[in-house]
Design a protein around this ligand. Sequence first.
Ligand code: 3PG
Ligand code: MG
Length: 398
Amino acid sequence: MKNLKSYNIKNKKILFRADLNVPVVNGLIKDTARIKAIQSSIEILISNKNKIFLMAHFGRPKGEVLDQYSLNFILPSLKEILNLDKVYFLKNLDQDSIEKKFNEMQDGNLCLVENIRFFKEEENIDLNFAKQISSLFDVYVNDAFSASHRNHTSITGFPKFLPAVAGNHMIKEINSINSFIDNAQKPNMAIVGGSKISTKIQLLSNLIEQFNVVVIGGAMANTFLLANNYDVGNSLVEKDLIQTANNIQLKAKKLNCELILPIDVLCGKNLQDKDPVLRKIDEILPEEMILDIGDSSTKFINNKIINSKMVLWNGPVGAFEFKPYDKATNSIANIIKVNAKKLNINIIAGGGDTVSAIKNTNAEEGFSYISNAGGAFLEWLEGNESPGVKSLKENNLT
Ligand code: 3PG
Ligand code: MG
């Protein structure tokens, strides 16, 4: 796989895939990590006097031009974080517009392309389009690990026609996650939360093979509790996955993996209920929903963390966007913050919600690595080859 050190790029026209799908709440960018991620690669390319077209998606406009998904809003933050006086903006991705923009730009200038998902050619993987656009550029750079699980034109199309190079952040993500997986130190522990088993079956099945302890939290745990004949009241469950939950538990037992489910839970009538009750798992009332794990469960998990050498965390253990159901997730983040470095525990985390929880509690310092990726992080851990990384590896154009 070519990278920015092995492949020299000077005075070239570059098509650069970034992931600028940043979290935005009330018009404000909540986390700039994905912008900061491309800084290192962009600085190198700018100092080597390349003209760079930055291409990224925002939300899921599905081939339609929808104002609320325009990438325009990100220009001020891009300028500030990348320390640039000017960033050009390109609305249309056709030959005329691109050539015009190139003429306006000086060497070392950057131009942001409008949301790539406004163009239907992106998700349709239109190779004619990819070929035509590629003919206007010299090199393609992919620094968007977190979007590289998508088989879209900007990820897998352009590398068919241009020399394709991995950006520095791409390399950092791959190396950090791989080195965590490849250098297992026991005892190790995985904490998996989130609402649906259906999206994490493969992940759980893999983790059970590799970890001594696997904690299941979030609404996923409800289906496991139901499979174990507990009455989970009005909680979110996937009834059709009871057998799957049983299979996962059997597999864990066989492989001597300690599967941890909640022993107590915080229940409310609904997500807005500010008056939760702490229940043992055999005391849940029919009208109640499990919305977080309880204090005893949290204590038990936290104790396991400080007795582990490695911890992987993906997914909040409660409905953490809704206070007070963020309590256990915050407590886990805090335990990690206070103890990980002191006790020399190697801890890696990924997934949008998990990372928000870590940042909300200012717990970043406890983690050895925090991935920018959500879906891509999961799929990588499931052992699925990322289409974007595969395209970079297979690219032999020079
Ligand atoms: C993400 O935010 O996970 C990536 O940017 C991919 O976005 P997507 O899930 O809309 O493809
Ligand atoms: Mg996603």
